[in-house]
Design a protein around this ligand. Structure first.
Ligand code: PLP
Length: 449
Protein backbone atom coordinates (compact mmCIF):
# COMPACT_ATOMS: atom_id res chain seq x y z
CA UNK A 1 0.00 0.00 0.00
CA UNK A 2 2.80 2.36 0.94
CA UNK A 3 4.49 1.51 -2.29
CA UNK A 4 1.33 2.22 -4.21
CA UNK A 5 0.99 5.56 -2.46
CA UNK A 6 4.51 6.47 -3.41
CA UNK A 7 3.73 5.44 -6.95
CA UNK A 8 0.75 7.76 -6.90
CA UNK A 9 2.98 10.50 -5.57
CA UNK A 10 5.62 9.84 -8.16
CA UNK A 11 3.03 10.02 -10.90
CA UNK A 12 1.13 12.96 -9.45
CA UNK A 13 2.40 15.45 -11.99
CA UNK A 14 1.44 13.21 -14.84
CA UNK A 15 -0.71 14.99 -17.38
CA UNK A 16 -1.03 12.54 -20.20
CA UNK A 17 -4.78 12.39 -19.66
CA UNK A 18 -5.39 8.65 -19.80
CA UNK A 19 -6.61 6.17 -17.23
CA UNK A 20 -4.99 4.97 -14.04
CA UNK A 21 -4.37 1.26 -13.81
CA UNK A 22 -2.92 -0.18 -10.71
CA UNK A 23 -2.77 -3.23 -8.57
CA UNK A 24 -1.46 -3.40 -5.06
CA UNK A 25 0.26 -6.72 -4.94
CA UNK A 26 0.42 -10.01 -6.76
CA UNK A 27 -2.94 -11.71 -6.61
CA UNK A 28 -4.77 -8.57 -5.56
CA UNK A 29 -7.74 -7.53 -7.61
CA UNK A 30 -6.97 -4.97 -10.27
CA UNK A 31 -9.01 -1.84 -10.40
CA UNK A 32 -9.46 1.12 -12.65
CA UNK A 33 -9.63 4.54 -11.13
CA UNK A 34 -9.09 8.22 -11.83
CA UNK A 35 -9.38 8.66 -15.56
CA UNK A 36 -7.31 11.83 -15.57
CA UNK A 37 -3.97 10.20 -14.90
CA UNK A 38 -2.16 7.28 -16.34
CA UNK A 39 -0.38 5.10 -13.82
CA UNK A 40 0.85 1.57 -13.89
CA UNK A 41 1.98 0.59 -10.44
CA UNK A 42 3.27 -2.68 -9.09
CA UNK A 43 2.80 -3.59 -5.45
CA UNK A 44 5.24 -5.50 -3.29
CA UNK A 45 8.23 -4.22 -5.25
CA UNK A 46 11.76 -3.97 -4.05
CA UNK A 47 13.45 -3.57 -7.39
CA UNK A 48 13.61 -0.16 -9.02
CA UNK A 49 13.28 -1.98 -12.33
CA UNK A 50 9.61 -2.43 -11.49
CA UNK A 51 8.86 1.21 -10.91
CA UNK A 52 5.46 2.24 -12.19
CA UNK A 53 4.85 3.55 -15.65
CA UNK A 54 3.32 6.98 -15.20
CA UNK A 55 4.07 8.39 -18.57
CA UNK A 56 5.02 6.79 -21.83
CA UNK A 57 8.56 8.06 -21.32
CA UNK A 58 8.69 5.54 -18.46
CA UNK A 59 8.37 2.74 -20.98
CA UNK A 60 11.80 1.29 -21.68
CA UNK A 61 11.16 1.58 -25.41
CA UNK A 62 11.06 5.36 -25.00
CA UNK A 63 13.91 5.76 -22.51
CA UNK A 64 12.53 4.39 -19.24
CA UNK A 65 13.92 1.60 -17.15
CA UNK A 66 13.10 -1.99 -18.10
CA UNK A 67 10.48 -3.51 -15.82
CA UNK A 68 12.21 -6.86 -15.56
CA UNK A 69 15.84 -6.90 -14.57
CA UNK A 70 16.31 -10.34 -16.15
CA UNK A 71 14.83 -11.39 -19.44
CA UNK A 72 11.61 -13.39 -19.31
CA UNK A 73 11.75 -15.87 -22.19
CA UNK A 74 9.15 -17.85 -24.10
CA UNK A 75 9.99 -21.54 -23.87
CA UNK A 76 12.43 -21.56 -20.98
CA UNK A 77 13.43 -25.24 -20.72
CA UNK A 78 11.77 -27.39 -18.08
CA UNK A 79 14.65 -29.52 -16.90
CA UNK A 80 13.10 -31.83 -14.30
CA UNK A 81 14.93 -33.50 -11.44
CA UNK A 82 18.66 -32.96 -11.90
CA UNK A 83 19.70 -35.95 -9.79
CA UNK A 84 17.49 -38.26 -11.84
CA UNK A 85 18.99 -36.85 -15.02
CA UNK A 86 22.58 -37.27 -13.85
CA UNK A 87 21.93 -40.75 -12.54
CA UNK A 88 20.53 -41.76 -15.94
CA UNK A 89 23.53 -40.20 -17.64
CA UNK A 90 25.85 -42.03 -15.25
CA UNK A 91 24.13 -45.28 -16.18
CA UNK A 92 24.78 -44.68 -19.88
CA UNK A 93 28.42 -43.84 -19.17
CA UNK A 94 28.79 -46.91 -16.96
CA UNK A 95 27.30 -49.07 -19.69
CA UNK A 96 29.49 -47.34 -22.27
CA UNK A 97 26.45 -47.25 -24.47
CA UNK A 98 25.75 -43.75 -25.73
CA UNK A 99 23.56 -44.23 -28.81
CA UNK A 100 22.31 -46.87 -31.29
CA UNK A 101 19.38 -48.49 -29.52
CA UNK A 102 20.56 -47.87 -25.96
CA UNK A 103 18.46 -48.63 -22.90
CA UNK A 104 17.46 -44.99 -22.36
CA UNK A 105 16.24 -44.38 -25.91
CA UNK A 106 14.36 -47.68 -25.80
CA UNK A 107 12.68 -46.70 -22.52
CA UNK A 108 11.93 -43.23 -23.84
CA UNK A 109 10.28 -44.72 -26.93
CA UNK A 110 8.13 -46.99 -24.77
CA UNK A 111 7.04 -44.11 -22.55
CA UNK A 112 6.23 -41.82 -25.49
CA UNK A 113 4.27 -44.57 -27.27
CA UNK A 114 2.23 -45.04 -24.08
CA UNK A 115 1.62 -41.30 -23.83
CA UNK A 116 0.58 -41.11 -27.49
CA UNK A 117 -1.48 -44.30 -27.29
CA UNK A 118 0.34 -45.80 -30.28
CA UNK A 119 2.00 -49.15 -30.92
CA UNK A 120 5.23 -47.56 -32.09
CA UNK A 121 7.46 -44.64 -31.29
CA UNK A 122 10.62 -44.06 -33.30
CA UNK A 123 12.77 -41.50 -31.51
CA UNK A 124 14.84 -39.12 -33.62
CA UNK A 125 17.34 -36.31 -33.27
CA UNK A 126 14.64 -33.65 -33.83
CA UNK A 127 11.10 -33.19 -35.03
CA UNK A 128 12.48 -31.90 -38.31
CA UNK A 129 14.48 -35.07 -38.93
CA UNK A 130 11.41 -37.09 -37.85
CA UNK A 131 9.39 -35.34 -40.53
CA UNK A 132 12.04 -35.96 -43.16
CA UNK A 133 12.45 -39.62 -42.30
CA UNK A 134 8.66 -39.97 -42.37
CA UNK A 135 8.38 -38.30 -45.78
CA UNK A 136 11.03 -40.65 -47.17
CA UNK A 137 9.55 -43.72 -45.52
CA UNK A 138 6.12 -42.91 -46.95
CA UNK A 139 7.64 -42.40 -50.42
CA UNK A 140 6.06 -39.00 -50.87
CA UNK A 141 6.58 -37.06 -54.09
CA UNK A 142 5.39 -33.80 -55.61
CA UNK A 143 3.52 -31.62 -53.15
CA UNK A 144 2.59 -31.94 -49.51
CA UNK A 145 -0.47 -29.93 -48.53
CA UNK A 146 0.06 -28.08 -45.25
CA UNK A 147 -0.80 -24.87 -43.43
CA UNK A 148 1.45 -21.88 -43.85
CA UNK A 149 0.61 -20.91 -40.26
CA UNK A 150 3.38 -23.01 -38.74
CA UNK A 151 7.05 -22.95 -37.88
CA UNK A 152 9.23 -22.52 -40.98
CA UNK A 153 10.83 -25.87 -40.15
CA UNK A 154 7.66 -27.76 -41.13
CA UNK A 155 7.79 -26.38 -44.66
CA UNK A 156 11.56 -26.46 -44.96
CA UNK A 157 11.65 -30.16 -44.02
CA UNK A 158 9.51 -30.89 -47.07
CA UNK A 159 11.42 -28.56 -49.34
CA UNK A 160 14.81 -29.92 -48.20
CA UNK A 161 13.81 -33.29 -49.63
CA UNK A 162 12.99 -31.78 -53.03
CA UNK A 163 9.22 -31.75 -52.53
CA UNK A 164 7.07 -28.63 -52.47
CA UNK A 165 4.84 -27.48 -49.63
CA UNK A 166 1.41 -26.58 -50.97
CA UNK A 167 0.16 -23.99 -48.51
CA UNK A 168 -3.50 -23.99 -47.66
CA UNK A 169 -5.37 -21.37 -45.64
CA UNK A 170 -6.61 -21.97 -42.12
CA UNK A 171 -9.98 -21.63 -40.48
CA UNK A 172 -9.76 -18.24 -38.72
CA UNK A 173 -11.55 -19.66 -35.67
CA UNK A 174 -9.25 -22.63 -35.11
CA UNK A 175 -6.02 -21.34 -36.75
CA UNK A 176 -5.50 -24.79 -38.28
CA UNK A 177 -6.22 -26.24 -41.72
CA UNK A 178 -9.72 -25.50 -42.97
CA UNK A 179 -11.01 -28.88 -44.25
CA UNK A 180 -13.17 -27.27 -46.94
CA UNK A 181 -10.19 -25.44 -48.37
CA UNK A 182 -8.08 -28.59 -48.10
CA UNK A 183 -10.65 -30.57 -50.07
CA UNK A 184 -10.68 -27.90 -52.76
CA UNK A 185 -6.88 -27.69 -52.99
CA UNK A 186 -6.09 -31.38 -53.55
CA UNK A 187 -4.75 -32.21 -56.99
CA UNK A 188 -3.03 -35.35 -58.33
CA UNK A 189 0.36 -33.89 -57.44
CA UNK A 190 -0.49 -33.77 -53.71
CA UNK A 191 0.96 -36.92 -52.14
CA UNK A 192 -0.02 -36.25 -48.51
CA UNK A 193 -1.79 -33.91 -46.13
CA UNK A 194 0.28 -32.61 -43.23
CA UNK A 195 -1.80 -30.96 -40.52
CA UNK A 196 -0.26 -28.96 -37.67
CA UNK A 197 -1.74 -28.94 -34.16
CA UNK A 198 -0.83 -25.30 -33.74
CA UNK A 199 -0.20 -24.12 -30.16
CA UNK A 200 -1.23 -27.58 -28.97
CA UNK A 201 -4.80 -27.27 -30.26
CA UNK A 202 -5.64 -30.33 -32.34
CA UNK A 203 -6.64 -29.97 -36.01
CA UNK A 204 -9.99 -31.02 -37.43
CA UNK A 205 -8.63 -34.57 -37.52
CA UNK A 206 -11.84 -36.38 -38.53
CA UNK A 207 -12.60 -34.12 -41.48
CA UNK A 208 -8.99 -34.26 -42.68
CA UNK A 209 -8.96 -38.06 -42.36
CA UNK A 210 -12.09 -38.30 -44.49
CA UNK A 211 -10.50 -36.14 -47.22
CA UNK A 212 -7.23 -38.09 -47.13
CA UNK A 213 -9.13 -41.41 -47.38
CA UNK A 214 -11.22 -40.15 -50.26
CA UNK A 215 -8.09 -39.24 -52.19
CA UNK A 216 -6.12 -42.30 -51.13
CA UNK A 217 -3.27 -40.28 -49.66
CA UNK A 218 -1.76 -40.44 -46.19
CA UNK A 219 -2.54 -37.93 -43.47
CA UNK A 220 0.27 -36.87 -41.15
CA UNK A 221 0.36 -34.43 -38.28
CA UNK A 222 3.08 -32.16 -37.02
CA UNK A 223 2.33 -32.49 -33.31
CA UNK A 224 5.43 -30.59 -32.19
CA UNK A 225 3.26 -28.43 -29.92
CA UNK A 226 0.78 -31.05 -28.80
CA UNK A 227 2.66 -33.58 -26.67
CA UNK A 228 0.33 -34.56 -23.84
CA UNK A 229 -2.82 -33.14 -25.49
CA UNK A 230 -5.99 -34.99 -26.43
CA UNK A 231 -8.67 -34.73 -29.09
CA UNK A 232 -12.03 -36.37 -28.40
CA UNK A 233 -10.40 -37.76 -25.26
CA UNK A 234 -7.82 -39.65 -27.33
CA UNK A 235 -4.16 -38.68 -27.04
CA UNK A 236 -2.56 -36.73 -29.85
CA UNK A 237 -0.13 -39.09 -31.58
CA UNK A 238 -2.59 -41.70 -32.77
CA UNK A 239 -4.30 -39.66 -35.49
CA UNK A 240 -3.70 -40.05 -39.21
CA UNK A 241 -1.08 -42.46 -40.50
CA UNK A 242 1.60 -41.02 -38.23
CA UNK A 243 2.40 -37.94 -36.16
CA UNK A 244 5.71 -36.26 -35.44
CA UNK A 245 6.62 -34.82 -32.04
CA UNK A 246 9.28 -32.36 -30.94
CA UNK A 247 11.38 -32.63 -27.81
CA UNK A 248 13.34 -29.48 -28.53
CA UNK A 249 14.61 -27.67 -25.43
CA UNK A 250 11.73 -25.18 -25.59
CA UNK A 251 8.97 -27.79 -25.72
CA UNK A 252 6.75 -29.10 -22.93
CA UNK A 253 8.90 -32.24 -22.80
CA UNK A 254 12.49 -31.69 -23.80
CA UNK A 255 15.40 -33.92 -24.68
CA UNK A 256 17.81 -31.02 -25.33
CA UNK A 257 17.11 -31.71 -29.02
CA UNK A 258 14.87 -34.56 -30.02
CA UNK A 259 11.82 -35.76 -31.86
CA UNK A 260 9.78 -38.84 -32.58
CA UNK A 261 7.40 -40.41 -35.03
CA UNK A 262 4.44 -42.20 -33.47
CA UNK A 263 2.30 -44.60 -35.47
CA UNK A 264 0.20 -47.75 -35.35
CA UNK A 265 1.50 -48.87 -38.75
CA UNK A 266 3.90 -51.79 -38.17
CA UNK A 267 5.48 -51.75 -41.63
CA UNK A 268 5.94 -47.99 -41.54
CA UNK A 269 7.56 -48.20 -38.10
CA UNK A 270 10.04 -50.77 -39.38
CA UNK A 271 10.97 -48.58 -42.34
CA UNK A 272 11.27 -45.50 -40.11
CA UNK A 273 13.53 -47.38 -37.69
CA UNK A 274 15.81 -48.36 -40.55
CA UNK A 275 15.84 -44.98 -42.31
CA UNK A 276 16.80 -43.04 -39.19
CA UNK A 277 19.84 -45.34 -38.92
CA UNK A 278 21.37 -45.02 -42.39
CA UNK A 279 18.80 -47.44 -43.78
CA UNK A 280 20.17 -50.44 -41.91
CA UNK A 281 17.18 -52.68 -41.37
CA UNK A 282 16.63 -56.33 -40.50
CA UNK A 283 15.92 -57.42 -44.06
CA UNK A 284 17.16 -54.93 -46.60
CA UNK A 285 19.59 -52.10 -46.96
CA UNK A 286 17.98 -48.81 -47.95
CA UNK A 287 19.51 -45.39 -48.35
CA UNK A 288 18.84 -43.71 -45.03
CA UNK A 289 20.17 -40.92 -42.90
CA UNK A 290 21.43 -40.49 -39.36
CA UNK A 291 18.51 -39.14 -37.36
CA UNK A 292 19.01 -41.17 -34.19
CA UNK A 293 18.41 -39.87 -30.69
CA UNK A 294 21.37 -40.18 -28.31
CA UNK A 295 21.28 -41.65 -24.81
CA UNK A 296 22.03 -38.23 -23.32
CA UNK A 297 18.96 -36.80 -25.02
CA UNK A 298 16.84 -39.73 -23.86
CA UNK A 299 18.13 -39.21 -20.28
CA UNK A 300 16.79 -35.67 -20.41
CA UNK A 301 13.65 -36.77 -22.26
CA UNK A 302 12.78 -39.33 -19.58
CA UNK A 303 13.49 -36.88 -16.78
CA UNK A 304 11.46 -34.18 -18.46
CA UNK A 305 8.58 -36.60 -19.09
CA UNK A 306 8.48 -37.34 -15.37
CA UNK A 307 8.10 -33.61 -14.70
CA UNK A 308 5.48 -33.03 -17.39
CA UNK A 309 2.37 -33.23 -15.19
CA UNK A 310 3.83 -30.76 -12.72
CA UNK A 311 4.89 -28.36 -15.46
CA UNK A 312 1.55 -28.57 -17.21
CA UNK A 313 -0.20 -27.76 -13.92
CA UNK A 314 1.93 -24.62 -13.65
CA UNK A 315 1.29 -23.78 -17.32
CA UNK A 316 -2.42 -24.06 -16.65
CA UNK A 317 -2.26 -21.87 -13.56
CA UNK A 318 -0.31 -19.21 -15.51
CA UNK A 319 -2.80 -19.46 -18.36
CA UNK A 320 -5.66 -18.80 -15.93
CA UNK A 321 -3.83 -15.83 -14.45
CA UNK A 322 -3.29 -14.37 -17.92
CA UNK A 323 -6.90 -15.12 -18.87
CA UNK A 324 -8.30 -13.24 -15.89
CA UNK A 325 -5.83 -10.38 -16.18
CA UNK A 326 -6.49 -9.61 -19.85
CA UNK A 327 -10.20 -10.47 -19.86
CA UNK A 328 -11.37 -6.85 -19.96
CA UNK A 329 -8.64 -5.54 -22.25
CA UNK A 330 -9.92 -4.32 -25.60
CA UNK A 331 -8.28 -5.92 -28.62
CA UNK A 332 -6.37 -8.61 -26.72
CA UNK A 333 -7.83 -12.06 -27.28
CA UNK A 334 -6.28 -14.94 -25.40
CA UNK A 335 -6.25 -18.10 -27.51
CA UNK A 336 -8.18 -20.66 -25.51
CA UNK A 337 -8.00 -24.41 -24.98
CA UNK A 338 -11.00 -26.70 -25.05
CA UNK A 339 -11.78 -27.39 -21.37
CA UNK A 340 -13.23 -30.78 -22.34
CA UNK A 341 -9.81 -31.93 -23.58
CA UNK A 342 -6.43 -32.36 -21.93
CA UNK A 343 -4.08 -29.58 -23.02
CA UNK A 344 -0.47 -28.84 -22.17
CA UNK A 345 -1.06 -25.05 -22.00
CA UNK A 346 2.49 -24.67 -23.19
CA UNK A 347 1.84 -21.78 -25.59
CA UNK A 348 0.41 -18.58 -24.24
CA UNK A 349 -0.90 -16.91 -27.37
CA UNK A 350 -2.77 -13.64 -27.69
CA UNK A 351 -4.19 -12.06 -30.81
CA UNK A 352 -3.89 -8.30 -30.88
CA UNK A 353 -6.48 -6.35 -32.82
CA UNK A 354 -5.11 -2.91 -33.56
CA UNK A 355 -8.52 -1.41 -34.31
CA UNK A 356 -9.71 -2.26 -30.80
CA UNK A 357 -6.51 -2.03 -28.78
CA UNK A 358 -5.32 1.21 -30.37
CA UNK A 359 -1.88 -0.32 -30.84
CA UNK A 360 -0.98 -3.22 -33.06
CA UNK A 361 0.89 -6.41 -32.28
CA UNK A 362 4.24 -5.02 -33.40
CA UNK A 363 3.97 -2.02 -31.09
CA UNK A 364 3.18 -4.28 -28.16
CA UNK A 365 6.00 -6.59 -29.18
CA UNK A 366 8.50 -3.71 -29.19
CA UNK A 367 7.21 -2.30 -25.91
CA UNK A 368 7.44 -5.67 -24.15
CA UNK A 369 10.84 -6.58 -25.58
CA UNK A 370 12.24 -3.31 -24.25
CA UNK A 371 10.84 -4.23 -20.82
CA UNK A 372 12.83 -7.49 -21.03
CA UNK A 373 9.83 -9.57 -21.93
CA UNK A 374 11.22 -11.68 -24.75
CA UNK A 375 7.90 -12.34 -26.44
CA UNK A 376 7.67 -14.08 -29.81
CA UNK A 377 5.42 -14.11 -32.87
CA UNK A 378 4.49 -17.76 -33.42
CA UNK A 379 4.21 -17.67 -36.37
CA UNK A 380 4.99 -14.53 -38.24
CA UNK A 381 5.83 -14.27 -41.03
CA UNK A 382 3.76 -17.25 -42.08
CA UNK A 383 5.67 -19.70 -44.24
CA UNK A 384 4.23 -18.51 -47.56
CA UNK A 385 5.45 -15.00 -46.73
CA UNK A 386 9.01 -16.26 -46.25
CA UNK A 387 11.67 -17.08 -48.78
CA UNK A 388 11.94 -19.11 -50.90
CA UNK A 389 8.18 -19.66 -51.08
CA UNK A 390 7.27 -15.96 -51.24
CA UNK A 391 9.24 -15.48 -54.44
CA UNK A 392 8.92 -18.87 -56.05
CA UNK A 393 5.32 -19.77 -55.30
CA UNK A 394 3.46 -16.59 -54.36
CA UNK A 395 0.02 -17.17 -52.94
CA UNK A 396 -2.47 -15.15 -50.88
CA UNK A 397 -3.87 -16.76 -47.74
CA UNK A 398 -6.04 -14.07 -46.13
CA UNK A 399 -6.92 -15.86 -42.89
CA UNK A 400 -3.33 -16.92 -42.29
CA UNK A 401 -2.04 -13.42 -43.04
CA UNK A 402 -4.49 -11.81 -40.65
CA UNK A 403 -3.65 -14.27 -37.89
CA UNK A 404 0.10 -13.97 -38.42
CA UNK A 405 -0.18 -10.18 -38.21
CA UNK A 406 -1.92 -10.38 -34.81
CA UNK A 407 -0.20 -13.24 -33.05
CA UNK A 408 1.90 -12.60 -29.96
CA UNK A 409 3.37 -15.37 -27.82
CA UNK A 410 4.02 -14.50 -24.19
CA UNK A 411 6.26 -16.20 -21.63
CA UNK A 412 4.63 -18.73 -19.35
CA UNK A 413 5.45 -21.88 -17.42
CA UNK A 414 7.52 -22.49 -14.30
CA UNK A 415 10.07 -19.82 -15.23
CA UNK A 416 7.36 -17.15 -14.84
CA UNK A 417 5.91 -16.41 -11.43
CA UNK A 418 2.28 -15.43 -10.98
CA UNK A 419 3.49 -11.98 -10.11
CA UNK A 420 5.55 -11.81 -13.32
CA UNK A 421 2.42 -12.61 -15.30
CA UNK A 422 0.42 -9.92 -13.49
CA UNK A 423 3.16 -7.36 -14.02
CA UNK A 424 3.39 -8.26 -17.70
CA UNK A 425 -0.36 -7.96 -18.13
CA UNK A 426 -0.28 -4.57 -16.45
CA UNK A 427 2.36 -3.48 -18.96
CA UNK A 428 -0.04 -4.46 -21.73
CA UNK A 429 -2.88 -2.69 -19.94
CA UNK A 430 -0.83 0.46 -19.54
CA UNK A 431 0.27 0.40 -23.18
CA UNK A 432 -3.32 0.10 -24.34
CA UNK A 433 -4.51 2.79 -21.96
CA UNK A 434 -1.91 5.14 -23.43
CA UNK A 435 -2.35 3.85 -26.98
CA UNK A 436 -2.51 7.11 -28.96
CA UNK A 437 0.68 8.49 -27.39
CA UNK A 438 2.47 5.13 -27.55
CA UNK A 439 1.57 4.69 -31.20
CA UNK A 440 2.73 8.19 -32.14
CA UNK A 441 6.08 7.73 -30.37
CA UNK A 442 6.52 4.25 -31.81
CA UNK A 443 5.96 5.61 -35.32
CA UNK A 444 8.56 8.31 -34.68
CA UNK A 445 11.01 5.74 -33.37
CA UNK A 446 10.51 3.34 -36.25
CA UNK A 447 10.25 6.05 -38.90
CA UNK A 448 6.77 4.89 -39.81
CA UNK A 449 4.21 7.27 -41.33
C1 PLP B 1 5.16 -26.61 -35.34
C2 PLP B 1 6.60 -27.02 -35.31
N1 PLP B 1 7.01 -28.00 -36.12
C3 PLP B 1 8.30 -28.42 -36.12
C4 PLP B 1 9.22 -27.86 -35.31
C5 PLP B 1 10.64 -28.32 -35.37
O1 PLP B 1 10.98 -29.01 -34.20
P1 PLP B 1 12.51 -29.43 -33.93
O2 PLP B 1 13.19 -28.20 -33.43
O3 PLP B 1 12.41 -30.50 -32.89
O4 PLP B 1 13.09 -29.91 -35.20
C6 PLP B 1 8.86 -26.84 -34.43
C7 PLP B 1 9.85 -26.23 -33.54
O5 PLP B 1 9.63 -25.35 -32.78
C8 PLP B 1 7.52 -26.40 -34.45
O6 PLP B 1 7.11 -25.39 -33.66
Amino acid sequence: MLWALSAEARCSDNSSGVGVVEYMNAGAAMRHSDSTRNTLSFGNRTSSSKMPKCDISDLALFGGQSTFEHIRYVGRPNTGDRDRFFSRLDGALDRRWLTNGGALVTEFEERVATLAGTRHCVATSSCTSALQVLIRAAGLTGEVLMPSMTFAGTAHAVRWLGLEPLFCDVDPDTASLDPELVAAAITPSVSAILGVHLWGRPCAVDELAEIADRHGIPLFFDAAHAVGCTFGGRPVGGFGTAEVLSFHATKVVNAFEGGAIVTDDDALAETLTALRNFGFGPTELRAGTNAKMSEASAAMGLTSLEAMAENVAVNRARYETYRDAVADLPGVELVSYDPAETSNYHYLTVLVDEAEAGVGRDVLFDVLRAENVFCQRYFWPACHEREPYRTERPVRLPHTERLAARVLTLPTGPAMSTEDVLVLCELIRYTISAAPAVLASWRDLRGRP
